[in-house]
Design a protein around this ligand. Structure first.
Ligand code: GLU
Length: 418
């Protein structure tokens, strides 16, 4: 079925706008409109009841101009090639914005993992890795977690690859459990980067997070950690939601308890309601708050609901939560958006630190990881902020321009083979 909002078309639309602001010619950046390589695989799995089911999987390498391809793997029923292509392209831009030496990639399997047993999930993961094996490796393409994939799954990926090689290769995947070469601070890194982005935005505007009201859509790894760290930084998280619905309380929600609850992989509708107002995901996006954090899926804010968004600021924890049309509406209404490729880059930044530690067989302390993340985010945020103001444009354009300059420069310096 054709998507209502094709995310890859969205990517190209935003890319063209940024290229125009930079006075680039089509020749300068046409290659960025095409992913370098894409693999579509069929994955037969023997189910626990003896049936054979075949799942579809994808790995797309968008760019290797600035270094090995890098990006997560998601398990979701809506995964298709266009989505994975867009997510891969966004990884190229994300790694360039924060200036880590990677290109971009993404993978996905079309599956609802909650319908699988643990054994089925492991067999599916191992079969997928076996099928994309020629593409991946520590110096080629390094997967990581994304929607519905966990450190445990990253451990199976590391093992499957290592078994083929005949020795342990921790650097083939990031977001692993600590015991098999994962980095301290990686699990919290995306949410931490979201909190840092929100804090930096407030600072630029002469405000602080203290007392700012916040709503968070999505209580997965990213949304729940972002909510927790925003809460600990003094913000008042008044609304949260997940696929089961959400809660609103004008005096603030018990975020520490809610974090514990969702950390046990439980849904919000299983949490004992203490008199909070029940809200839907759609209502959450339209709450009257200072800061909205969409931390779920793409295209949540589109033409239809963008005019009803009342938040002053949006920090995009998810990839692609706002369509380009909605972006224009929000911009006109004065809503300031910190774009995904900057706001949620904390995850891949600490993935980079994990990979560096793996390559050096050396372990960093958690404080050092967090300090380096902070430093990387501050530098990137300032660059984006300055570029956006210099060109009198949005932060999204600032981020795309910053990234595009780096990718285009690398492509020019390397030239076109042969
Ligand atoms: N899936 C995450 C993202 O979209 C992390 C990717 C990574 O660490 O490679 O940024």
């Amino acid at each position: 079925m054709a998507r209502k909002h094709n995310p890859y078309e969205n990517f190209k639309e935003v890319l063209d706008k940024a290229a125009k602001l930079l006075d680039l010619t089509e020749n300068d950046y046409i290659t960025i409109k095409y992913p370098e390589r894409s693999l579509h695989v069929s994955l037969p799995i023997k189910m626990d009841n003896g049936d054979v089911r075949v799942f579809e999987g994808f790995r797309v390498q968008h760019s290797s101009s600035r270094g090995p391809c890098k990006g997560g793997i998601r398990y979701h029923p809506d995964v298709d090639e266009d989505e994975v292509k867009a997510l891969a392209a966004w990884m190229t831009m994300k790694c360039a914005v924060v200036n880590i030496p990677y290109g971009g990639a993404k993978g996905g399997i079309q599956v609802d993992p909650r319908t699988l047993s643990k054994g089925e999930l492991e067999r599916l993961t191992r079969r997928f890795i076996a099928m994309i094996l020629p593409l991946i490796g520590p110096e080629r393409d390094i997967p990581a977690p994304d929607v519905n994939t966990t450190p445990e799954i990253m451990g199976w990926i590391m093992d499957t690859y290592s078994m083929q090689k005949g020795y342990a290769v921790p650097g083939v995947v990031t977001g692993k459990p600590i015991e098999v070469g994962g980095s301290l601070g990686r699990k919290e890194a995306t949410g931490r980067g979201v909190m840092i982005s929100a804090r930096l935005l407030m600072e630029k505007l002469g405000r602080t997070l203290e007392g700012a009201t916040v709503s968070v859509q999505g209580m997965g790894n990213v949304g729940s950690v972002a909510a927790l760290l925003l809460h600990r930084a003094g913000a008042k998280v008044v609304a949260v939601s997940d696929i089961s619905g959400g809660f609103y309380n004008p005096d603030g929600l018990p975020i520490e308890e809610l974090f514990e609850h969702v950390s046990q992989r439980k849904l919000l509708n299983q949490y004992p309601n203490q008199g909070f107002t029940l809200i839907t995901n759609d209502q959450l996006l339209e709450m009257d708050v200072d800061l909205l954090v969409p931390a779920a899926m793409e295209n949540q804010i589109s033409r239809s609901n963008a005019p009803h968004v009342r938040a002053k600021y949006i920090v995009e924890a998810a990839n692609g939560p706002i369509t380009p049309t909605a972006d224009e509406i929000l911009d006109k209404n004065g809503v300031i958006v910190v774009p995904d490729i900057l706001a949620n880059a904390g995850g891949v930044v600490v993935s980079y630190f994990e990979w560096v530690q793996n390559l050096q067989s050396f372990r960093w302390e958690e404080d050092y990881v967090n300090d380096m993340l902070e430093h990387t985010m501050v530098r990137a945020f300032n660059e984006v902020w300055d570029l956006a103001h210099e060109k009198n444009s949005s932060l999204r354009m600032g981020a795309y321009m910053s990234a595009l300059q780096r990718v285009v420069a690398a492509k020019k310096l390397r030239g076109i083979f042969p």
